[in-house]
Design a protein around this ligand. Structure first.
Ligand SMILES: Nc1ncnc2c1ncn2[C@@H]1O[C@H](COP(=O)(O)OP(=O)(O)OP(=O)(O)O)[C@@H](O)[C@H]1O
Ligand SMILES: [Mg+2]
Length: 371
């Protein structure tokens, strides 16, 4: 991603899209890249990443898309944010992009504008933004877009990206880059249904931490706090309860330290930390997550997923436990994914988005709610 900043500065635009599971750290990475693009070097210095320049100096805006937005709404939001960015950061320089004129394009709900005139109007204005940025000695213009997985397939946003990036290249507007993030499965789904995002965008997959990495992060942290971990089977157990996600790893580590009394971390500290997380620190969040899953069959499915000895659970196992054919509850599975209770890390496999939900259900059972 740092390389793509360098390339954009050097008029060789590379658009990127960070993809990964829920909670893996996509937004955090995007935020770090925005900081880097604004001349903050802490991340690149810490990881000894060669930036190719002393520091970057881009003009950027950030937008979180949501399910109600279409390509026009997105384009209008981006332009609006650039207008305020100019006011804020480049005082004394006014940007004439006729935002109001652009806004009028989308006013007539009976006659929605077609995608090619939308692109025409957007690219002209972005060109002016890029010109203004250049006059102000900026490295270029970056458009950060998070939560890309929330967009609807009929929003035309996928085509908007593809056509805009091609058009920018054709018009010689080379110092403009999109930097996006979205959940893996959802982005691939857009890919199937619409113009190929991944052909114009460089995919930066952000994987969950591997078993050894998760354990190493914790052990290094313990070392810094003058604790030693002598728990047998530590690596496997850590992966099992955290799924290699940064936030649960952090939580587990800090709670293990908080329950320990003798500086030596063992099985009981691990178990006590989990107990504390599900019955205290995270109790309310997990309880509301369980309610959000829904009643009746939904609770049975949640219970089945919690019962499996691994975090990633094959559909056949769920079918066996609840005693139904897969086709009888496939829509329930899709609903649980929509409600963000579970995600689908592989075809025919499911896991809780919050890995601690499994520990919570194992300890407290499920709810008896009507559907
Ligand atoms: N490298 C990291 N080290 C420690 N904690 C991290 C790291 N990256 C992210 N986190 C923490 O993990 C949590 C999830 O991160 P973040 O929101 O960036 O993930 P995400 O992939 O954008 O999630 P979502 O799919 O919900 O949008 C946050 O609490 C964040 O502070
Ligand atoms: Mg995010």
């Amino acid at each position: 991603m740092v390389d793509s900043l360098f390339q954009i500065k050097n008029q060789n635009p590379k658009h990127t899209i960070v993809t990964g599971d829920r909670g893996v750290g996509k937004s955090s990475l995007l935020m770090q890249i925005q900081l880097t693009s604004n001349g903050v070097n802490s991340l690149t210095d810490r990881f000894k990443i060669d930036r190719g320049v002393d520091k970057f100096n881009f003009l950027s805006v950030w937008h979180d898309v949501d399910a109600t937005q279409n390509a026009f709404d997105l384009a209008l939001a981006i332009l609006g944010k650039f207008e305020s960015a100019f006011k804020k950061f480049l005082s004394g320089f006014s940007l004439e992009i006729d935002l109001a004129g652009f806004g009028k394009l989308g006013r007539d709900k009976q006659n929605p504008i077609n995608i090619s005139s939308l692109i025409d109007e957007f690219v002209v204005r972005i060109g002016k933004v890029a010109e203004g940025a250049e006059k102000n000695k900026k490295d270029g213009v970056l458009i950060f877009i998070d939560e890309l997985d929330r967009i609807k397939p009929d929003s035309m946003i996928s085509s908007f990206f593809k056509l805009t990036s091609e058009r920018l290249a054709r018009d010689g507007i080379k110092r403009v880059g999109f930097v996006c993030a979205g959940i893996t499965g959802a982005v691939q789904k857009l890919e199937e249904e619409h113009a190929s995002i991944l052909r114009t965008f460089r995919d930066v997959p952000l994987p969950r931490f591997a078993k050894e990495e998760s354990a190493l992060i914790l052990k290094e942290g313990f070392g810094k706090a003058n604790h030693k971990c002598s728990m047998p089977n530590f690596e496997d157990r850590v992966l099992e309860v955290t799924m290699g996600l940064p936030e649960p790893i952090h939580l587990l580590g800090s709670e293990m330290l908080s329950v320990d009394i003798d500086g030596i971390l063992l099985e009981d500290d691990f178990e006590n930390a989990i107990k504390k997380i599900v019955s205290d620190v995270r109790k309310n969040k997990l309880a509301s997550l369980l309610r959000k899953a829904g009643g009746g069959k939904y609770q049975k499915i949640v219970e089945a997923i919690a019962k499996h000895d691994k975090k990633i659970v094959p559909l056949e196992f769920i079918a066996k436990v609840i005693g139904q054919e897969q086709s009888q509850f496939s829509t329930n599975m899709a609903t649980l994914v929509d409600r963000e209770i579970i995600f689908k890390p592989a075809i025919g496999h499911y896991a809780f988005t919050d890995p601690m939900l499994k520990e919570y259900v194992k300890m407290n059972g499920v709810l008896t709610l009507d559907e």
